[in-house]
Design a protein around this ligand. Structure first.
Ligand SMILES: *Cc1c(COP(=O)(O)O)cnc(C)c1O
Length: 308
């Protein structure tokens, strides 16, 4: 079995986020700490994996083969899950062999690595890409880059349940909207499917506008047979994916000091800074209650910011 036993439920704490700019605007934010679901496994990538693991179980696979870069949160969550739950993992990596903290973890978790170079990695979406790999590893099940697609989205429905189950701990009976970082939009799409219109979802784009997040969200909604999700995408990329600027780094440092919540500069830092800009622009009325999803990614920041 690859999928976890039913009594193994990673729990993300839901915590009040206290920051002066929120208090000034009279806005309450609770942060769902997907970075704290498990000692080894972290972030939204776990939720995107769950339904893939079940699909692998259904075909009797013994493990998972997938791909990503040398800082990949997806491969990290996959390797950690393999270690935690006892299944085999193989990672196909972009570029040429290098030692990053992520790669060291992948190896420590027992993931078998193959480096594809850049050209080889670019071929990942071509028909027939998986054939030689599945010939080499016939017992493995292939998961697309980042764990995307409807299958990936469906596992993210659990994120809504985790919030619903903990709202009372904040003394909230309800809230107004969700706010989260988007890369491919898979997590946002999964939340839209679970919400079915109950609350609007704001997606802070960690990638530039032309990365096709909106079409990807729409195609997942369509594949699920669900129309018109209540969502809005907000540019939060600050000039490009993984582009980091001094104002962002200063914001992350101040926020960590004030709230104790660790952030990284690619997704969660940009998403929270985008929220601050919208709050300061008067986007939300006083009294608004928001759920901010901490999507994890802290393992990847070791390549950017020295760990405290
Ligand atoms: C992958 C990732 C995202 C983006 O998730 P999508 O489902 O691709 O939109 C956001 N935050 C972190 C930390 C991630 O690793």
């Amino acid at each position: 079995m690859l999928s976890p036993p039913s009594n193994w439920l990673p729990q993300a704490p839901l915590q009040p986020l206290q920051l002066d700019w929120l208090a000034t605007a009279g806005i309450e934010v609770a942060i769902l700490r997907l970075d704290q679901i498990d000692p080894l496994i972290s972030g939204n990538k776990w939720f995107k994996l769950v339904e893939h693991l079940k699909a692998a179980d259904r075909v009797g696979a013994e493990g998972i083969i997938s791909l990503g870069g040398a800082h990949s949160n997806h491969l990290h969550a996959l390797a950690a899950a393999g270690k935690r739950l006892g299944f085999k993992t193989v990672g196909l990596l972009r570029g040429h062999e290098q030692e990053t903290p992520t790669v060291q973890d992948l190896q420590a978790f027992g993931m078998q690595l193959h480096w594809l170079g850049y050209g080889g990695y670019r071929a990942r979406n071509q028909p027939g890409f998986w054939e030689p790999w599945l010939a080499q590893y016939p017992q493995l099940y292939a998961v697309p880059e980042g764990g995307g697609s409807l299958t990936g989205a469906l596992g993210c429905a659990a994120i809504k349940q985790q919030v619903q189950a903990q709202l009372h701990t904040l003394g909230w009976s309800d809230f107004h909207a969700w706010w989260l970082a988007c890369g491919t939009g898979t997590t946002l799409a999964g939340l839209l499917l679970a919400e079915a219109g109950a609350h609007p979802v704001y997606g802070a784009l960690a990638v530039p506008d032309d990365h096709g997040v909106a079409p990807q969200v729409e195609s997942i909604l369509q594949a699920a047979g669900q129309g018109n999700g209540r969502y809005e995408l907000i540019d939060a990329s600050r000039g490009g994916f993984a582009k980091v600027d001094p104002a962002l780094l200063e914001f992350i440092e101040q926020t960590e000091q004030a709230s104790g919540v660790p952030l990284e500069p690619l997704y969660t830092g940009k998403a929270l800074l985008a929220l601050k800009l919208q709050v300061e622009a008067g986007r939300f009325a006083a009294g608004t209650r928001l759920i901010f999803i901490h999507t994890g990614g802290l393992q990847g920041r070791r390549g950017f910011i020295a760990s405290p």
